[in-house]
Design a protein around this ligand. Structure first.
Ligand code: XIL
Length: 372
């Protein structure tokens, strides 16, 4: 783990030097497991009052392009010992996603009552700071409270799911402009059938359509997304998602976009995986696309400088591809490496002490106005 540099202006200038790395390595694209142990940060790293990251504001560059450029946030946003977290978020991101606070177990652990307090605090803070909020996520096989598993009949679970979706979307109407309505419903098994879950097993495959219909009824202005991982490039799983959403469109289900999580590592080859062709086929269906949970893990045991450069190249290629298909958003799954769910892989664009990494400079270059 590196310590904070004293020579910030020089370092920032170096970071903004053109990246000359090519892209090497084969496909990659599997979702590595969450990192085992986060790094331990020295107490000296916490220095309130430091400038947030860099003279360049990614937010200003993204605003100029009309691109949602977001980060997933957690409790650190409200940690008085971490003022740089909010400062970095507000300076560099024009969109915010709750990393966990809007999941079913986060909002609706008690069947009888929603608990909106923490999610409201995130949303209110974002709105106050002029940031757009992506809602994540209404129906997911993970992060379900125990009471959902006690339900025994299709009718009861369908009603419970509809009530959950309606309650959440109604509560945030006007403040949360887009939702991941269904998350990760396609499995990784051969042929990529729908994933086993209480929803599939009890309601049947139409739980997906029903979730979107309930969300649309609760907020007709919200953009509704299907979201999944390992679907960034052309592959069997993205084929399955393509067929899923094409079918929804044919049936008149209100779906407006597809989210591609992009939990990657430095072996991922954006061109080799044919990310552009994949995103474009969804755009050709008339859908919006967003990269929704971008992080790029370093591979252990390789030289640090090369890994950081590779990481920057993956970020650069992914954003370039996203912009080339007029994607609606690009969201990193966290703010700093230290707060990442895969902290051990140091996958984000700010390091443990909020300093911009080469990947930050790569994104700044891609977002910069053409000809500059
Ligand atoms: C992850 C969070 O980052 C973790 O803090 C939590 O423990 C588990 O969920 N796909 C998703 C996200 O859609 O909701 C997941 O977030 C990461 C994978």
């Amino acid at each position: 783990m590196r310590m904070r540099s004293v020579h910030r202006p020089l370092k920032t200038a170096l970071l903004l030097a053109p990246l000359t790395l090519g892209v090497a390595g084969a496909g990659g694209g599997t979702t590595p497991p969450a990192a085992p142990a986060p790094p331990v940060r020295p107490a000296s790293a916490v220095q309130p009052g430091r400038p947030a990251g860099s003279a360049v504001s990614l937010r200003a560059l993204a605003d100029a392009r009309g691109l949602l450029f977001g980060a997933a946030v957690n409790h650190t946003l409200f940690d008085p010992n971490e003022p740089d977290y909010a400062r970095t978020l507000n300076r560099h991101f024009n969109a915010v996603v709750a990393e966990n606070a809007m999941k079913w177990a986060g909002l609706h652990n008690n069947r009888e009552a929603f608990a909106f307090g923490f999610a409201d605090a995130i949303v209110d803070t974002a709105v106050k700071n002029g940031q757009t909020v992506r809602g994540h996520t209404l129906v997911w096989h993970d992060s379900l409270p125990p009471w959902v598993y006690t339900i025994q009949t299709r009718e009861e679970l369908l009603r419970a799911m509809q009530d959950h979706v309606t309650g959440v979307v109604t509560h945030f109407r006007g403040r949360v402009r887009m939702w991941d309505v269904v998350n990760e419903a396609v499995s990784d098994a051969p042929g990529h059938p729908l994933r086993s879950s209480p929803f599939l097993n009890l309601i049947g495959p139409d739980f997906i359509d029903e979730a979107f219909r309930a969300a649309h009824a609760a907020d007709p202005d919200a953009k509704l997304y299907y979201n999944d991982y390992n679907t960034d490039g052309l592959n069997g799983k993205s084929d399955a998602v393509y067929e899923l959403v094409r079918g929804m469109l044919v049936r008149g289900v209100p779906i407006h976009g597809v989210g591609f999580q992009a939990h990657l590592n430095t072996d991922f080859d954006v061109r080799g995986a044919q990310v552009q062709a994949n995103l474009q086929r969804f755009r050709d269906l008339g859908l919006d696309v967003q990269m929704t949970e971008v992080d790029v893990q370093l591979r252990p045991g390789r030289p640090e400088a090369g890994e950081l450069a590779r990481q920057a190249a993956v970020y650069r290629d992914l954003l370039r591809t996203c912009l080339s298909v007029k994607c609606a958003g690009f969201v990193t799954w966290g703010v700093t490496d230290f707060n990442s769910w895969r902290a051990g892989g140091r996958p984000l664009i700010f390091d443990d002490v909020y300093d911009p990494k080469p990947a930050f400079a790569a994104l700044a270059q891609e977002l910069a106005p053409p000809g500059r």
